[in-house]
Design a binder for this molecule. Structure first.
Ligand SMILES: Cc1cc2nc3c(=O)[nH]c(=O)nc-3n(C[C@H](O)[C@H](O)[C@H](O)COP(=O)(O)OP(=O)(O)OC[C@H]3O[C@@H](n4cnc5c(N)ncnc54)[C@H](O)[C@@H]3O)c2cc1C
Length: 167
């Protein structure tokens, strides 16, 4: 499954314990979680994860692990905006092209509504320039979807959850 550095947490999940209202505690094996790209059985079923069992691979070379961590950290800070608040990646990556590429090629880097702005560094990030309203971020998400759909016939799906009314 596609995630940062080509991996994701699903790769090492063995078992999850979930508290389901009206049912109680349940244990689900990784295969029962129906993991997919940015999706799992846990979404929308209203349970609360209380425990996770992970299978990790012991690393051999402590210095090599540190160096790899440094490189990953450096790469992130070179390619993603960490100088201002954001919610991370806004849209799922369609199969055609990464969302950031489509938004960038639609000329939307730097485009802003109020205090919400498409990052100049990574177009799949929306930055809060200070005091951005949820409505401004919502309107920017809709504007991006419209323009990318118009230019590329691709309808971007938000990866973020939007709570509340925005009409
Ligand atoms: C700058 C930035 C970069 C990011 N980069 C990445 C990235 O590279 N890859 C990536 O995958 N994500 C990325 N994210 C997203 C980030 O991983 C998630 O926002 C974070 O993991 C959410 O965890 P949280 O504990 O804050 O959950 P919350 O924000 O509190 O919750 C997130 C969702 O999980 C649900 N939830 C939380 N706890 C439980 C629980 N115990 N049981 C059931 N449901 C629960 C909540 O209801 C909500 O729907 C990034 C975010 C930011 C801000």
């Amino acid at each position: 499954m596609r995630g940062a550095q080509g991996g994701c947490s699903a790769d090492c999940v063995v078992e999850v314990e979930v508290f389901v209202p009206g049912v109680g505690l349940k244990k689900l094996g990784a295969e029962e979680l129906n993991y997919g790209y940015r999706s799992s059985q846990l979404q929308g079923q209203g349970g609360i994860v209380t425990q996770v069992v992970l299978q990790l691979q012991p690393g051999q070379d402590r210095e090599r692990i540190r160096e790899q961590t440094r490189q990953n950290f450096h790469h992130r800070h070179q390619t993603q905006p960490y100088h201002l608040p954001s919610c991370g990646s806004v849209f799922r990556n369609p199969l055609e092209h990464p969302a950031g590429w489509l938004i960038d090629r639609s000329g939307l880097k730097g485009f802003r509504i109020g205090q919400a702005q498409v990052s100049e560094l990574h177009a799949n990030f929306i930055l809060n320039l200070g005091g951005a309203q949820a409505r401004e971020i919502y309107m920017l998400i809709q504007a991006i979807r419209e323009q990318v759909a118009e230019k590329w016939s691709v309808l971007l799906e938000p990866e973020v959850k939007m709570l509340g009314e925005f009409s």
